[in-house]
Each structure stands twice: as structure tokens, then as C-alpha cells.
Write a protein that binds this ligand. Sequence first.
Ligand SMILES: O=C(CO)[C@@H](O)[C@H](O)COP(=O)(O)O
Ligand SMILES: [Co+2]
Length: 220
Amino acid sequence: MYILAPSVLAADFGKLAEDTAKAREGGASYLHLDVMDGAFVPSISFGMPVIASLRGYTDLVFDVHMMVEDPGRYVESIRAAGADIITVHQEACTHLDRVIGQIKASGAKAGVALNPATPVSTLECVLDQVDMVLVMSVNPGFGGQKFIPYTLDKVRALRQYFDRKGLSTDIQVDGGVNRDTIRPLIEAGANVLVAGSAVFGGDVKANVETFMNIFKEYER
Ligand SMILES: O=C(CO)[C@@H](O)[C@H](O)COP(=O)(O)O
Ligand SMILES: [Co+2]
């Protein structure tokens, strides 16, 4: 029911395949891949070649978070590189409906992300079409930032909406997720939790297991 998506942004890039294998051993089923273009967000991370290379080393679900302007330009190539879920930012898409259609046509699951200060109401017209909504709980661009508490209200509003509609749409939260912030997030309705520094800082397998044990508290 609950899914941990370790964000490789905090991994040792010289040992990506090794760190990914450790996350899998601990029980993770997703791998969160942060693509940054230096325009939508200040930093530049990695793109298709790194994702395609890593695809050869793991069967984890590749959950690609596109922090790029006009992400529709890259949907097919990110899918070809191995993405299973492609999440685009509402703020980066002039034609959001079209990009969601493009992602689905590629065969990937479609996610839409919101920056902390972007209201849930901006997704009103597309909420019934997407497989996942990503609530950013830090301003995107960097790992290791502090969780922004007001984003919990957005998670609650989304879960209420999906429950009312009888939809099992995933709600993902990304940014500052750790053993202190994860319980309020689950209680608010999040079910896909991204964690970068809390997973890849230190013993990766043990860190993932800690999250898995917290999930068990809610799955009983
Ligand atoms: O998308 C992003 C940052 O923009 C994230 O996926 C970070 O990589 C999460 O890192 P932590 O906050 O968990 O360290
Ligand atoms: Co991310």
C-alpha cells in the first residue's frame, strides 16, 4: 500500500548501480530520478543517458520527476530511456492536458507535480486523468532541504477529493521526507514517499528498512 521512492539525487553518482541495488535489498520498489535542466530549477542533474544506463542494472520502477521547462519535448525519449512513471510540473507546461495525453500514449503512467506555493485548484481540470499527483514539500531544485509543513494541507485536500470520487490515484510527496515527517504525511493521505538524503545518507539498506517498518505500522 505504501511505496518508498528513494531519490538518487542524494546517492553517490560514482556508485549509482550499487546504491540502487542496496535500496532494492532494503525493500524499495521505486527509484525516483530527478531530471533538472538549469532553467525550471537552478541546478542541472542528469538526463536520458544516465537513466538508460541505470535501466540495465535494475528492475525497480523508474519514477522520473521532470524539473524541466516544456517537458513535452522529452516525453518519448525519457520513456525510451526506461521511465515507467513520468511526472511533469504544472508550472512548466503551457499545454498540460496535451502533455498528460502524450505521457499516456507513450505507455508510461502520468504524474503531475505542484510546487509548494501552487494551489491544488490549478489541477482541477486534470485530476481525474492522472495516475499520480506529486506534492512538492520543498521548493524543487536541491536535495537536503527542510520540509514545508503547509504542504500537508494540500495532501489532505487531494486525498479527500480522490476519496470522494472513488479514485485510487497515488499521492506522492517529495522533499524533506524523513523518519520525523513521514508519519504526518501518511496520516494526511500520501502513499508514495520520496526520500533522498534520508535514504542515501549512511547505510542505504538499513535506512530503507527503517521506512519499511514505519509503513508496517499503518498497514496492520
Ligand atoms: O525533486 C527533488 C528536489 O528538487 C527531490 O526528489 C530531492 O532529491 C529530495 O531530496 P531530500 O529532500 O529527500 O533530501
Ligand atoms: Co524529485
